[in-house]
Design a binder for this molecule. Structure first.
Ligand SMILES: [Fe+2]
Length: 471
């Protein structure tokens, strides 16, 4: 009997201190309208009528309740019914720490700390790390490196989750790694304290069949980010049609709501930088006037920002033999040059590459490459043209680039592409300055006013590249 009592009290103690209804523990996003005084908090739980409240504290004394958390149902065929909650933490002091606590039916079940976004005049650090969602040992070690580098934000240039963008895949390969309770070789408690920013990759949004995966396209309901991109409709140049029965479509729309289909293109400011996020999947027609007009205007409106960064999944300028034919984003280079973009970040190609500062003029219509089971699916577009390279820039002694620098940071954990090319520069295209495919890595970038410093870091913390830009 004594033993039974001990076992029982251990059990009750555990269930009291660790609420087991969380599927995704609370995590920070930049929200629909990012500002230096706000962040959104989201969490995912199994369906119940529990009463959830969130309190935030920006100084030592007072806890303030946020507005009542809202939720959307996630009631799709392949999952037991869930709720995705969100609320906004407001009145934060830019750059300063805050604490928050989440209560369920009046009991505190989760606490964490973070800091508010930075203003234009504050220095900041961000991590860029693509193709991270496979749950590999190196992805987990990079999650830890990301945490240990204390960034202000983490931006993921696509392939957030493998293989098919499903909510159930996040359960295994994402939440336990990037929002772990402890820092270890299995992950780190990053997302509860540092906002992640999601950019869609092919594994996140390319498969539009909800009949095949009813919990697919989870990107549209697991991320709360701006909805200020171009308005598309299914069947348009940049929105493929869903394959879904009425029931599958309804269940998806009940969760995604206003985020579908346009949450894939958006922009935001952080510190003294403007970021433009673009869906670069092969189904997008980059000759579309509306899409091009949005990108051009977004960059034109951002000319007062000190830095302009563009981020999307498919790199325009890669030397990897793998995916070499997927050059569709080269059709956007003239917009980036007109908009005075400093750096374009991509993933998709699972290694690290950076170009010389460059300009590129496409000279004829792209050759569309098809493939897939039906041999009709667009795999990519070969885009030839003329480039001009600034080879005087070295990122060390000459830090004033003439042109746009294209960085591929897709070595976030998935199988590395073409490691054999690393020490074989004869296989690199002329625009490539660095090519590292023998080790996984992530980009840590420090911005201090007009100074940009990128360090590329491996899973064990070794620096494998460094590059500076000054204005
Ligand atoms: Fe990809």
């Amino acid at each position: 009997m004594k033993q039974l009592i001990v076992i029982f009290s251990l059990f009750t103690l555990k269930s009291y201190s660790q609420d087991n209804s969380f599927i995704a523990k609370p995590y920070l996003n930049i929200g629909r309208q990012p500002s230096p005084t706000t962040l959104d908090l989201l969490w995912q739980v199994t369906e119940s009528n529990a009463d959830w409240t969130v309190e935030v504290r920006t100084d030592k004394n007072s806890w303030t309740k946020t507005e009542t958390p809202q939720w959307v149902p996630l009631a799709v065929d392949s999952l037991t019914t869930r709720r995705v909650y969100h609320t906004t933490l407001k009145n934060l002091t830019p750059g300063n720490p805050f604490s928050y606590r989440v209560s369920k039916d009046g009991k505190i079940v989760f606490t964490a700390e973070g800091h508010a976004p930075k203003t234009e005049s504050q220095p900041y650090r961000f991590v860029v790390n693509g193709d991270i969602g496979a749950g590999t040992p190196d992805a987990k070690l990079l999650a830890r490196q990301s945490f240990l580098s204390h960034p202000d934000i983490v931006v993921i240039p696509g392939d957030i989750i493998y293989e098919n963008g499903r909510a159930s895949e996040y359960d295994h390969n994402f939440w336990p790694v990037y929002n772990a309770d402890q820092t270890s070789d299995q992950g780190a408690p990053v997302m509860r304290s540092i906002p992640y920013i999601g950019v869609p990759g092919n594994h996140d949004v390319d498969n539009r069949s909800l009949d095949q995966y009813p919990d697919g396209l989870a990107y549209f309901y697991l991320w709360r980010q701006p909805l200020n991109g171009p308005e598309g409709k299914e069947g348009d140049a940049f929105v493929p049609a869903l394959k879904a029965t009425d029931a599958h479509r309804k269940a998806f729309m009940d969760a995604a709501r206003e985020a579908y289909p346009n949450a894939v293109n958006y922009s935001f400011n952080y510190g003294n930088a403007h970021w433009t996020v673009i869906d670069s999947d092969p189904y997008v027609d980059f000759s579309d006037k509306d899409l091009r007009a949005w990108i051009a205007k977004d960059l034109a409106d951002a000319q007062n920002a000190t830095w302009r960064f563009v981020i999307f999944h498919h790199p325009p300028f890669s030397s990897s033999l793998e995916h070499y034919e997927q050059q569709q984003t080269r059709l956007l280079t003239t917009l980036f040059e007109a908009g005075k973009v400093d750096v374009v970040f991509s993933g998709h190609v699972h290694n690290y590459q950076r170009t010389y500062p460059m300009t590129f003029q496409p000279f004829k219509k792209p050759a569309i490459i098809t493939g897939g089971r039906d041999n009709k699916t667009i795999r990519g577009r070969v885009v030839n043209g003329y480039w001009h390279l600034d080879k005087t820039f070295d990122g060390k002694t000459n830090t004033h680039p003439k042109g746009v620098i294209y960085i591929i940071t897709g070595a976030g954990g998935q199988e590395l592409y073409n490691p054999e090319q690393t020490d074989n520069p004869d296989t690199w295209q002329k625009y490539t300055d660095k090519f590292i495919a023998t080790v996984h890595s992530l980009s840590v970038v420090d911005i201090d006013g007009k100074n940009f410093t990128l360090r590329q870091i491996s899973p064990d913390g070794t620096q494998v590249d460094e590059m500076k830009i000054t204005k």
